[in-house]
Design a protein around this ligand. Structure first.
Ligand code: SF4
Length: 273
């Protein structure tokens, strides 16, 4: 598919300049995925199955060539992505979705060549051949992984097309070992009636030891979560644990609005550094 424009300024929390270079996402998260709901509302995806069969933006690189000269003086960094996943996984092949990874890599390189740094977030994996290139990319790029549970039972139901959790964590560690700046998004964090392992967040935090920055947020707008009688206490306990872990490990923490301790932890996780 072709688009008329690519770079836009997002108004979401910790937003900024953004590129969504595909329509749809093979991960098919059932939280639900707000990008899918928006696509369905605007007629860009008719069904869940339609959403899970992503269409890449074929003219993404030519759009970027046209937009960079016009916007360069305003754009310091670009986030990939808010309404798709830049390192999408192919669950059938149990491997990165190659066309998406190649387009993402080309976009990162094009932006970095202009001195524009990039932030990424994925529920896929960073392939080894991408990690090998990290030292030649902008040294202030920030590479994120989205992980809210260590449970594969949870992942299989709520994130059915996403990469296995251990693979995501391993690729984040390899990126960090290769000198990449890594961060983690722990959001939407479940309640124990959704995922029993969420009662204790510390094993998940231990698995994320290699990342330098963290975003933590509760699960919003779910009757399943709000019907859990101890939801407030659960999120307070988890937020306290995340804050203590971040402080001990010298990690930069942003807790999202509406989650306990958000006022005390509002770092700009996607900034340089
Ligand atoms: S990875 Fe993100 S964009 Fe993709 S389905 Fe899940 S929530 Fe939606």
């Amino acid at each position: 598919m072709n688009r008329k424009s690519l770079l836009y300024e997002s108004k979401v929390e910790y937003g900024g300049w953004t590129i969504n270079h595909a329509q749809g996402c093979s991960h098919g998260c059932r939280y639900p995925c707000y990008a899918m709901m928006l696509a369905q509302r605007t007629g860009r995806a008719k069904t869940y199955e339609d959403w899970c069969a992503p269409k890449l933006v074929d003219n993404a690189l030519s759009l970027l060539d046209a937009e960079i000269p016009r916007l360069r003086h305003r754009v310091e960094s670009v986030h990939l992505s808010f309404t798709t996943d830049p390192f999408m996984f192919d669950a059938g092949a149990q491997a990165p979705l190659r066309p998406m990874v190649e387009l993402t890599t080309a976009i990162i390189r094009r932006l970095n060549d202009e001195g524009i740094r990039v932030t990424t977030l994925t529920k896929g994996v960073y392939p080894d051949d991408f990690i090998e290139q990290v030292s030649s990319l902008h040294d202030q790029n920030q590479y994120g992984v989205s992980v809210v549970s260590l449970s594969e039972d949870f992942r299989e139901w709520w994130e059915p097309g996403a990469a296995p959790i251990a693979s995501r964590l391993a690729s984040a560690r390899r990126l960090a070992d290769a000198g990449g700046r890594t961060w983690a998004s722990i959001e939407p964090y479940p309640t124990p009636n959704v995922d029993p392992t969420s009662a204790d967040i510390r094993p998940l935090l231990s698995a994320l030891e290699s990342v330098r920055k963290v975003v933590f947020g509760k699960w919003n707008y779910s009757s399943l979560v709000s019907s859990f009688p101890e939801a407030n206490g659960h999120y307070e306990k988890a937020a306290v644990a995340v804050a203590a872990w971040s402080q001990e490990g010298g990690k930069i923490l942003h807790i999202k609005n509406g989650t306990p301790l958000s006022e005390a932890h509002s770092a700009d996780v996607l900034s340089a550094g």
